[in-house]
Ligand binder design. Structure first.
Ligand code: NAD
Length: 416
């Protein structure tokens, strides 16, 4: 959510636009425009050199009308309250699109984790959680990993919360290690959801994916797993990139070999059997399907005209700026929006929470089948709205989400 735009203003204007489109009740529109709770905390920790340093952290719950708040925690130097508010609102819509019983939340700490030792990150995490502890819990607000947080950080969160209440509470957080109640299939869930969404789109658009070429920007949890899953299905990936740059081979890239090169050299660029390209070139490479799976604001008004793909699947959050979105829409490019395409992660987080509450764990096959079912239903609904209202897939996804949250708000009524 970094870049030229205020992320909170951007998400608000998206809500306002859809509110006009669906003639949303003015009172409900007002309620949805405000986050339910924003908490800013100071987090003093002892650094390894013995000195005390105070960090700033946030936790925002945008809406809890359909269930407990759900959303990741990010550690990054450019975290701001506006960014966290925007991401919390997006989580409300994402959970509503896939119809899982959650509202939206997000959290973050302003820090540079690369400059912290593991022990410092642990102290930071535990103190942050103790500062927000009365806000969170399996029935209130369930954090998850996001930028620069991982299963280990989730384990510290689970432990800190459990120590506070006096017994183990696996349902307080998702994305945990399997040994303490994590779900099988969670690690690949976002990528798998992206793949299911692409397959659903191909069916509707009558594209034979075996005949098409795919380019993926980003080779981390989402992009890397996606490359493997797509390749296992027999689809052809012709370009891949990471923060160091990209590789291109029109004959196709084998992710097993690319991952090996990444392991040996630290970057996909270390893969020999391909041409080197820049990340900008990856976005505009000659391909049928483009999957931005790295960062926000990658496709903007400067490169939108040069994109050659006919289908873009937003695996990353907000990879296309609003200006670029308009340009791509004008060019008839089919865009599957982030709140639908990458909702597989939060869906399997929901499965993890359910399994934790029941203390009964599913096989990976069960997880993947249920994920496929949810992603398919969500895609079909969004696609239908897209056709009926003659709007983009993005707007259709927002319409579906906002109508679901608005209906829940209407039937619950206003307290007191
Ligand atoms: P990650 O940190 O595992 O991987 C990010 C990848 O992007 C890495 O390969 C990195 O080298 C690459 N990258 C970083 N800067 C880049 C740049 N300037 N140009 C090109 N590549 C660059 O992160 P992730 O978990 O895969 O998340 C990727 C995106 O997907 C983010 O937008 C994230 O918010 C979104 N997302 C992730 C999940 C999830 O479950 N992991 C769920 C929903 C959305």
């Amino acid at each position: 959510m970094r870049g030229k735009f205020n992320p909170w203003q951007m998400t608000l204007s998206q809500l306002d636009e859809v509110a006009r489109e669906i003639d949303l009740d003015e009172s409900i529109h007002q309620i949805l425009r405000y986050p339910k709770r924003c908490l800013t905390v100071s987090i003093p920790i002892q650094m390894n050199n013995g000195k005390i340093k105070v960090f700033t952290g946030f936790r925002v719950q945008h809406n809890v009308t359909r269930g407990p708040a759900k959303g990741g925690i990010r550690y990054h130097p450019s975290v701001t309250l506006d960014e966290i508010k925007a991401l919390a609102m997006l989580m409300t819509w994402k959970c509503a699109v896939v119809n899982i019983p959650y509202g939206g939340a997000k959290g973050g700490i302003v820090c540079e984790p690369r400059k912290l030792s593991l022990k410092e990150v642990e102290r930071l995490t535990r103190r942050y959680i103790s500062e927000i502890i009365s806000f969170i819990g399996p029935e209130r607000d369930i954090p998850a990993p996001d930028v620069n947080t991982n299963p280990q950080v989730m384990a510290w969160i689970m432990d800190t919360y459990s120590m506070d209440v006096g017994y183990s509470v696996p349902g307080v957080v998702t994305g945990k290690p399997i040994s303490i109640g994590g779900s099988l299939g969670r690690n690949t869930a976002t990528a798998r959801g992206v793949m299911f969404t692409l397959m659903n789109a191909a069916k509707k658009l009558k594209l034979d994916l075996f005949e098409k070429t795919i380019a993926i920007q980003g080779y981390g949890n989402v992009g890397g797993n996606l490359a493997h899953l797509l390749s296992d299905e027999g689809y052809k990936i012709i370009a891949i990139s990471d923060v160091e740059g990209g590789i291109y081979n029109p004959k196709g890239l084998d992710p097993i070999k690319v991952s090996l090169a990444l392991k040996e050299s630290g970057s996909v660029v270390g893969f020999k059997n391909a041409d080197k390209i820049t990340n900008q070139e990856l976005l505009t490479v000659d391909c049928d399907v483009l999957v931005p799976a790295a960062l926000e604001n990658q496709i903007d008004e400067d490169n939108a005209d040069k994109i050659k793909a006919k289908v873009i699947v937003e695996a990353a959050n907000a990879p296309i700026t609003p200006q670029a979105d308009k340009i791509l829409e004008g060019r008839g490019i089919f865009i599957i929006p982030d709140i639908l395409a990458n909702a597989g992660g939060v869906t399997v987080s929901y499965f993890e929470w359910v399994q934790g509450l029941q203390a009964y764990f599913w096989t990976e096959r069960e997880v993947n089948l249920r994920l496929r079912d949810i992603m398919q239903k969500a895609f079909d609904k969004v696609y239908r709205i897209c056709g009926e209202r003659k709007v983009t897939m993005r707007k259709a996804a927002y319409i579906l989400a906002i109508e679901r949250v608005a209906e829940a708000t209407r039937v619950r009524g206003l307290y007191p």
